[in-house]
Design a protein around this ligand. Structure first.
Ligand SMILES: NC(=O)c1ccc[n+]([C@@H]2O[C@H](COP(=O)([O-])OP(=O)(O)OC[C@H]3O[C@@H](n4cnc5c(N)ncnc54)[C@H](OP(=O)(O)O)[C@@H]3O)[C@@H](O)[C@H]2O)c1
Length: 234
């Protein structure tokens, strides 16, 4: 697709991978809206990069329909949804409570689905659209203390395959992006961003990947892409 004037929503665009992605897409000429829960941070970041702030919590199911409509109105349409907002919780097997699943799934799976459902209506009507789902290498491989988080990302990977099968006939491309570890504020309760490390991925590598998948001519699409750190010391 041509990113010039493309109308794009990046959920969780106020920090980390979403912020880097939104910034790169704005620089490529797209009209971008970003979401987040912390309104002050969201407004500041949106102003810095030239995006439109739409504050809401994706796990607050009752507001999603209105917020989706507000986004489409603010952008003047919608061409791309980047489902990036996501959280993690990593209790060990013996410590898992049902609340861990409920909290993580409400953002990573349930709210994400409801928001996508709202915007897909526009994609179907206009016979075009792109959905980028940010999963993780935890969507393809489990690890110790990963039960809750990996379950949510395995679910997202499965849903992505179902949506691709269902929506392809409407000229809607559904793309899964699986980053390995990226230095961000992810899973940090104080929301403090981690500093760059020489051999770990930065949000920028993931942003470049997302931009590249979107820039391909619409006759083709990349169904799934995984990004590892080269990490020569391991
Ligand atoms: N970092 C990694 O190593 C890594 C690896 C693989 C996959 N991922 C995935 O990549 C995505 C982005 O992660 P990140 O590392 O960039 O995380 P991050 O630095 O914690 O940023 C997350 C962004 O999402 C927003 N957000 C979180 N929960 C939200 C909710 N319920 N509703 C609306 N906005 C919400 C945050 O803003 P507020 O806090 O203000 O809401 C922030 O803008 C996630 O889906 C994550 O699972 C991350």
């Amino acid at each position: 697709m041509n990113l010039q004037n493309a109308k794009i929503l990046v959920t969780g665009g106020s920090a980390g991978i979403g912020k880097a992605t939104a910034k790169l897409l704005v620089e490529a000429g797209a009209k971008v809206a970003i979401t987040g829960r912390n309104v002050e941070k969201l407004n500041r970041v949106a102003e810095e990069m030239g995006a439109i702030p739409i504050a809401f919590d994706v796990s607050d199911y009752g507001v999603i329909s209105a917020k989706a409509a507000e986004t489409v109105e603010a952008l003047g349409g919608i061409d791309v949804l980047v489902n990036n907002a996501g959280i993690g919780d990593f209790p060990s097997m013996g410590d898992i409570k049902i609340e861990h699943f409920e909290r993580v799934f409400s953002t990573n799976v349930f709210g994400l689905t409801l928001l996508t459902q709202e915007l897909v209506k526009h994609f179907i009507e206009q016979k075009s659209g792109h959905i980028i789902n940010l999963a993780s290498t935890a969507a393809v491989r489990g690890f110790a203390r990963g039960t809750v988080y990996a379950a949510s990302k395995f679910a997202l990977r499965g849903m992505t395959e179902c949506w691709r099968a269902e929506l392809r006939q409407h000229n809607i491309r559904v793309i899964l992006v699986n980053p390995s570890e990226v230095t961000t504020a992810f899973a940090n309760t104080e929301r403090i961003e981690r500093p760059e490390e020489a051999y770990k991925l930065r949000p920028l590598e993931i942003a470049h990947t997302i931009k590249a998948t979107l820039e391909m001519d619409d006759r083709g699409f990349i169904p799934e892409v995984t990004i590892w750190a080269t990490n020569p010391n391991r």
